[in-house]
Design a protein around this ligand. Sequence first.
Ligand code: TTP
Ligand code: MG
Length: 418
Amino acid sequence: MPRAPLPRVVVHLDMDAFYASVEVREDPSLRGRPLIIGHRGRRGVVSTCSYEARRFGVRSAMPSVTAERLCPDAVWLPGRMSLYVDVSRRIREVLDGFSPLVEPLSIDEAFLDLTGIAHDLADGRRIAAEIKREIRDRERLTGSAGVAPNKFLAKVASDLEKPDGLVVIPLEEVPTRLWPLPVERLWGVGPKTAERLREQGLVRIVDLVNAPSGRLARILGEGSAEHLLALAQGRDDRAVQPGREAKSISEERTYGEDLTRPADIDKALLARADGVARELRHAGLVARTVHLKVRTGDFETVTRAKTLPEPTDLAEVVLEAARALFRERIALEGRGVRLLGVGVSGLEAPGAGQPSLFSDERQEKLRALARTADEIREKFGKAALARARLLATPNTTGTDADGSEDDTAEASSLPSVD
Ligand code: TTP
Ligand code: MG
């Protein structure tokens, strides 16, 4: 008799207070104290904070001034992206030891498909506990795991008992575990949709489940209604996609004083382009599209994008595109630059696309140079290399390039999926 196929078992893992926990690990005197990662002051935002700081109401993405008011005694650290990226890679290696199907979602979370490896959800729970233990032993960090028959429920589960949580949601427990949660927990319900639903008295997931048929479709349209109702029933058949890495990488920074001098703006473009290109090389990816984000002193935010003739992982190419976007498609009209961001999307493995028409010797040379620079930085720290010399341009002098800027780039300098 053919055996029944093994049930689907998906794990979602999300590290606890990730940047803050890494900093506590590096400096144990911080343990137990409210710790905030971010830049203090009028224009800063909170990247994340320790659970001790969360007790005071501090949260990710909160303006720093609010956080300072809520928790005046907190310790503040600016954050060290390259360290977090390294830790993230090592955690990824642990996950790769448990399943060939690992889908990273951001710097500190990933899905694992354990179908065929775990016999059932209980076995999935055992394996998830082992994963957590191995990360704790190797990295001295905790994460929270969710185990479920699909991605959506696994992700909901991992969040239920943070920090250091481990929650299984079998389909039978959807009514008790999922239905009491607010509608925002459903994928696809952003603040706007949530507001529309709330106006109709639909606040919790259970309200959607109990709504008379047709009512949701009238509010949201038939497609969305169907999609949300499936999730609300705990149904989701999306596959864990191992090939899928971050869809975009970006870095942005808000400046204490608006940038007005062209040389300063160019220096900022250079720093962001370099950071993004470095992260691309770190991830072993090339990008097709370059994005520029500018917020002016009077709070107008514009984003512009440009597709490259061929994908790249070189700072020079990203910088050139960002400069062109800035020059040709941003009208400052006398205003200063308050925030500046450079990003890339259309990420792929090198050589995945069309064979290059443009690959010339210069590109190869630049790439070899960049690789050497990455290695030197990795070995000796970033101070060993003046970035400006690597990226010398008419607008940028070698002497004042600020090699320390990249590690203080802000919250959104994450490999992110959108
Ligand atoms: P999260 O997993 O959202 O947050 P967290 O790991 O700090 O805390 P939790 O225990 O609730 O999971 O994000 C992972 C990291 O990404 C976080 O440590 C810092 C960074 N991040 C930002 O820089 N800005 C943000 O707005 C968010 C949400 C995260
Ligand atoms: Mg996390």
